[in-house]
Design a protein around this ligand. Structure first.
Ligand code: ATP
Ligand code: MG
Length: 366
């Protein structure tokens, strides 16, 4: 019997609702796996906790997350929960975990499921690529280091380190090796998105990306400037397989990508390091729709699927890999056969309807 410790952070707003549905699905997975046990521990961390106690995430909770085999997170933050200097408190959790657990790769699959309407005109060739975001350097690393002279001048510094770029690039190439080639001729490809024509930091990013890429002779390399990237994401998303980019650029192109596949409610993500990993939907706590059971839990459920795949890979545990794949197939089946859809993707099912449907589909396929 193998035991996996999962630290669960449901968080705030719709975070708690969608976490319930993911846990419902995980329970179904557990019921069908005789040789695996998930030990779940839920922690109260987030904006509500901050408003109540002045502490967003106690040290002890961070420690539990560090000890866990994986972290599953709903969403954290509320507009009214801010530090005296104006910073939102969600950083106390997500930045702490990203930086201190070295979760350097932000992994954002972009996949259009049959049955979900895309705003793009022609999606007959599907949309299926992954954005790999450098998660702990880049322009966002400047966050508290910028200078603001007499409140009149503000600067930020982009941080690009050789080690950081090497790590994120090799993550992207290894991911491309793992994926079957999704571009037209079945080859695998990593696209580097940057602004190497204007900024030396991005030229450096590209140079290191290239030197890493030379070690992966079977994987193609492509380069797209970030402005052109937004155009291709809309006009020709089929040209992408794995995309790698600096922190801020990847953040921006990720939101655009999710819009092309049904919106934030369909966008799962992983914050992944060599030892630790955290899985959460790409969206936030959406307080305006919280508590009404209308939030779309698919992004959260697909993040759970990513978690099982990651654990399966790391521990060479095929039953976990099968479970991760099974969830993705269940979602695929429900959406393509006119099953449960929340209103953001054109249906009228509730949050719990979707969780029930995925759990039911898993039971039937077991
Ligand atoms: P945060 O500040 O935490 O990002 P937010 O209010 O900006 O919170 P987001 O979660 O980023 O909310 O999403 C923006 C909008 O997208 C929401 O107000 C909501 O309308 C929609 N949205 C996001 N996630 C979902 C979801 N899972 N289901 C349905 N709608 C969603
Ligand atoms: Mg938001």
């Amino acid at each position: 019997m193998k035991t996996y410790k999962i630290a669960v952070l449901p968080g705030d707003g719709i975070g708690t609702e969608i976490t319930n549905e993911a846990l419902k699905v995980l329970q179904t997975v557990q019921d069908h796996l005789s040789d695996v046990r998930f030990e779940l521990e839920s922690f109260d961390a987030g904006a509500e906790r901050y408003l109540r106690t002045g502490v967003t995430m106690p040290e002890e909770t961070f420690h539990h997350c560090k000890e866990a085999d994986a972290i599953l997170m709903g969403a954290i933050g509320l507009p009214e929960a801010r530090h005296p200097d104006g910073r939102e408190v969600n950083g106390d959790v997500i930045f702490r975990l990203r930086f201190d657990l070295d979760l350097y790769a932000g992994v954002r699959p972009v996949k259009l499921y049959e049955g979900v309407v895309s705003p793009l005109r022609d999606v007959s060739r599907g949309i299926d690529y992954v954005i790999v975001r450098e998660n702990i350097e880049g322009l966002y690393a400047s966050r508290t280091g910028g200078c603001n002279v007499r409140g009149e001048v503000a600067t930020d510094t982009i941080i690009m380190t050789k080690t950081g770029i090497e790590k994120i690039s090799s993550y992207a190439f290894r991911l491309a090796e793992k994926r079957r080639g999704r571009i037209s001729d079945g080859a695998s490809m990593v696209t580097c998105v940057d602004k190497a024509n204007v900024l030396s930091s991005y030229a450096y990013f590209r140079k290191i990306f290239d030197s890493v890429g030379e070690q992966y002779s079977k994987i193609g390399r492509d380069y797209v400037y970030v402005d052109a990237m937004t155009l291709y994401q809309v006009m020709n998303p089929q040209m992408f397989d794995v995309v790698v980019a600096e922190n801020m650029f990847a953040d921006i192109i990720s939101d655009l990508s999710s819009a092309t596949v049904g919106g934030l409610g369909m966008a799962p993500s992983g914050d992944i390091g060599d030892q630790h990993a955290l899985f959460q939907p790409a969206h936030g706590t959406a307080p305006s729709i919280a508590g009404q059971s209308v939030a779309n839990p698919y992004a959260m459920i697909l993040s759970l699927s990513m978690m099982l795949n990651w654990l399966g890979d790391k521990h060479q545990d095929n039953s976990l890999l099968a479970a991760g794949e099974g969830i993705d197939q269940a979602v695929q089946h429900i959406l393509s056969s006119g099953g449960a859809k929340t209103r953001d993707i054109g249906g009228n099912s509730s949050t719990t309807d979707v969780g029930d449907a995925v759990a039911q589909a898993l039971k039937l396929s077991a």
